[in-house]
Design a protein around this ligand. Structure first.
Ligand SMILES: *Cc1c(COP(=O)(O)O)cnc(C)c1O
Length: 352
């Protein structure tokens, strides 16, 4: 591109590079470790086989949104589907932020918020969590109201810290600010403090959910925004017409109509993470400079004096985790993967 034709806002940006090297064990992206049950997989294949791929997909992803609404006991008119919740973050920011409008994040948090916000030329106000990664509720409210924040976005429970904030406190934030609140509940299937069932009661709230984590469907790129009907209509207006392809819509419909199986999978992930957490806790008791953060997600977050070194060592052992915001983030894998991760950490600290 001719230099004079490149806008400032993308000059300093880099291509998003997820972990691409091949590792034996991938605990870096918070995906589910569970394969789909065979019966559901067969149903998926047969549904996909019946799709007319020469036709455009349903622009409203109606059947898929209905399945999502039914799964969580919501009204379908309050649900909008996106090409991953990532796309919905982009749609929301483009729809609700004018150039120069202020948006707030609460660090450390999901990096994509700042990315999409800067693409639409918002002014980024970055608040900080406290030393235990708790959101300072009064500080957030005060800043939102004093700095004329148009949009506040954060994850609960938080990626990468794994820390959750109780529903009461979230409610208090929503009611106290003049901002749009985008509440990213990507990990809320693993915890019980969701505001999904009251999304319709707050006219400044948009909740994001995804099929990428608890449902083990990161590959189909399917996420949902839940809000009042009026807000949902605005999002429908602002999104690109065929944002969710036919195959993803069909997959979404199938998995979301198997509530019992999905709930069983989620319970299994929760139980595995709890066991993994216990063992990690034991390890941290024997090692100085390693602290496990209390959390409620399908991953563990560690504060480590030698975070960078540990991260690099694990790579040499064929294990990929995430090193972000100075923290180590380790997705709960299957039993074997967790055991090997712990064994590698024990070797690193030579305490095993
Ligand atoms: C993984 C993740 C997402 C992205 O979800 P997709 O639906 O896969 O785009 C959104 N928010 C947070 C906090 C996440 O960790």
């Amino acid at each position: 591109m001719r230099l004079e034709l490149i806008p400032e806002k993308i000059k300093s940006m880099d291509v998003y590079t997820p972990v691409e090297e091949k590792f034996e064990i991938h605990l870096d992206a918070n995906e589910s470790f569970l394969p789909l049950p065979d019966s559901i997989k067969e149903e998926l294949i047969s549904e996909i086989g019946a799709i007319k791929l020469n036709r455009y997909p349903d622009a409203t992803a109606n059947i898929c949104c209905r399945a999502f609404a039914e799964f969580y006991g919501l009204r379908p008119e309050t649900v909008v589907a996106g090409n991953g919740s990532d796309e919905l973050i982009s749609v929301i920011m483009n729809a609700f932020l004018n150039k120069g409008d202020s948006f707030a994040t609460i660090a450390p948090d999901f990096s994509m918020y700042a990315f999409y916000g800067s693409l639409c030329e918002g002014r980024h106000v970055e608040l900080q969590k406290d030393e235990d990664f708790k959101i300072l509720v009064d500080n957030v409210i005060e800043t939102c109201n004093n700095e004329n924040i148009r949009l506040l976005i954060f994850s609960n429970p938080c990626n990468p810290t794994s820390v959750g904030l109780d529903a009461d406190e979230i409610r208090y934030i929503i009611k106290s600010v003049g901002s749009i609140v985008v509440l990213d509940e990507a990990y809320m299937d693993f915890w019980d403090q969701s505001l999904l069932n009251e999304a319709e009661q707050h006219d400044n709230l948009i909740i994001l959910r995804t099929c990428s984590k608890a449902f083990g469907m990161a590959g189909i790129r399917l996420g949902f925004a839940v809000s009042t009907r009026e807000t949902a209509r605005l999002l429908m207006t602002a999104k690109s017409p065929y944002n969710v392809d036919s195959i993803s819509q069909s997959c979404g419909k199938v998995i979301l109509s198997h509530k019992a199986e999905m709930q069983a999978a989620i319970n299994e992930i929760i139980a595995s993470t709890a066991a993994f957490r216990c063992e990690m806790k034991e390890l941290t008791k024997r090692v100085r400079g390693l602290e496990l953060i209390d959390g409620c997600t399908n991953f563990l977050t560690l504060r480590a004096r030698e975070a960078q070194e540990i991260f690099s060592y694990l790579k040499t052992q064929g294990i990929s985790i995430r090193y972000t915001s100075g923290l180590l983030r380790i997705t709960c894998g299957n039993e074997e993967e967790n055991r090997r991760l712990l064994a590698a950490l024990n070797r690193y600290f030579a305490v095993g």
